[in-house]
Ligand binder design. Structure first.
Ligand code: 8X3
Length: 253
C-alpha cells in the first residue's frame, strides 16, 4: 500500500525516528515511512546492518542502544526536529515457566521493552511537542493483551507497554501528540530466532503450517496509522494472522 505523510505545520519535511530499525518490523516500517515522504532516522545497535537499510532509502542511521541512557540521549539530540517516533526496539528471550525463570532474560526483556521505550519516549517528547503535530507509535504485542505459559517475562513486559501507552495518552491529552499502540501476533522476523538463542529449527517450528504475518504487514499498519489526518488518533490496532485466534491458539495445516 502507499501512503502520504501529513504536511507539517511549518511546511518542513516530516521526520520519523524508528528504533530497532536494522531488521524486521523496524526496517520494514522505515522503508514504508520513507516511501510516504518521511525523512527517516533509523536507530539500532547493529550499525552495519542499520547503515545498509538506511542507505536503501536515503535515511540516516544512528547507533542506538535503548537500554543505555547516554545512547538514548545522544540519539534524541540527533533528531531535534521530530514528528513521529516508532518505538519498535525490543523482543523476547526464552520460553521458560516462572519456576525456571532466567533472571538475565527477564532483566534484558524489561530493560529493552519497558525501560528502553520509556527512555526513548521521554527523550523525544520535547521535539515531538515542538513539531506541532507529533505522534508516538508503540509496537506492543498480543502478548501485552493476554498471557501464555512460558511467556511471563515477555508478556509482563508487553503488558507494561500497554500501561505506558495508556498513561501517555492521558498525560498528553491537550498536546499536539497522538499516541498509538500496534499489537501484532505471530510475525515471522528474527523474533523467534532471538527468543531461542539462534536455534533455527526451534524458531521455524513456531511458524510451521501457518502463514504468519511478515514484517511488511505490521509496517503497513504503522504507516497507515501515521498517515491518518492529524485529528485522528488510532488508539490500538491488534493484528494477527488469519490462522491465529489467541497467542497460543493457532490453526496449523
Ligand atoms: C509476538 C507475539 O505471541 O509470540 O510479540 O508473543 S507472541
Amino acid at each position: 500500500m502507499s501512503y502520504t505523510a501529513n504536511a507539517t505545520p511549518d511546511g518542513s519535511r516530516p521526520v520519523a525516528a524508528v528504533t530497532g530499525a536494522s531488521s524486521g518490523i523496524g526496517a520494514a516500517a522505515a522503508r514504508m515511512l520513507a516511501a510516504a515522504g518521511f525523512d527517516v532516522v533509523l536507530g539500532a545497535r547493529r550499525m552495519e546492518m542499520l547503515q545498509a537499510v538506511a542507505d536503501e532509502m536515503g535515511g540516516r542511521a544512528i547507533a542506538l542502544d535503548v537500554t543505555d541512557r547516554a545512547s538514548v540521549e545522544a540519539f534524541a539530540a540527533a533528531v531535534p526536529r521530530l514528528n513521529l517516533l516508532v518505538n519498535n526496539a525490543g523482543g523476547a528471550l526464552g520460553l521458560e515457566p516462572i519456576a525456571e525463570s532466567v533472571d538475565e532474560h527477564w532483566r534484558t526483556m524489561w530493560e529493552s521493552n519497558v525501560l528502553g521505550l520509556m527512555m526513548v519516549t521521554r527523550a523525544c517528547l520535547p521535539a515531538l511537542e515542538a513539531s506541532g503535530n507529533g505522534h508516538v507509535i508503540n509496537i506492543g504485542s498480543i502478548a501485552g493483551l493476554e498471557s501464555y505459559a512460558g511467556g511471563a517475562g515477555y508478556t509482563s513486559a508487553k503488558h507494561g507497554v500497554v500501561a505506558i501507552t495508556e498513561t501517555l495518552r492521558l498525560e498528553l491529552l491537550g498536546k499536539p501528540i497522538r499516541v498509538t499502540e500496534i499489537d501484532p501476533g505471530m510475525t515471522e522476523t528474527e523474533f523467534s530466532l532471538v527468543r531461542f538463542a539462534g536455534d533455527a529449527a526451534r524458531a521455524d517450528k513456531v511458524y510451521e503450517g501457518v502463514d504468519p504475518l511478515v514484517a511488511g504487514d505490521v509496517a503497513d499498519c504503522i504507516a497507515w496509522a501515521a498517515t491518518r489526518p492529524p485529528h485522528v488518533n488510532i488508539d490500538t490496532l491488534r493484528v494477527t494472522p488469519r490462522a491465529q485466534a489467541r497467542a497460543s491458539v493457532v490453526h496449523r495445516r
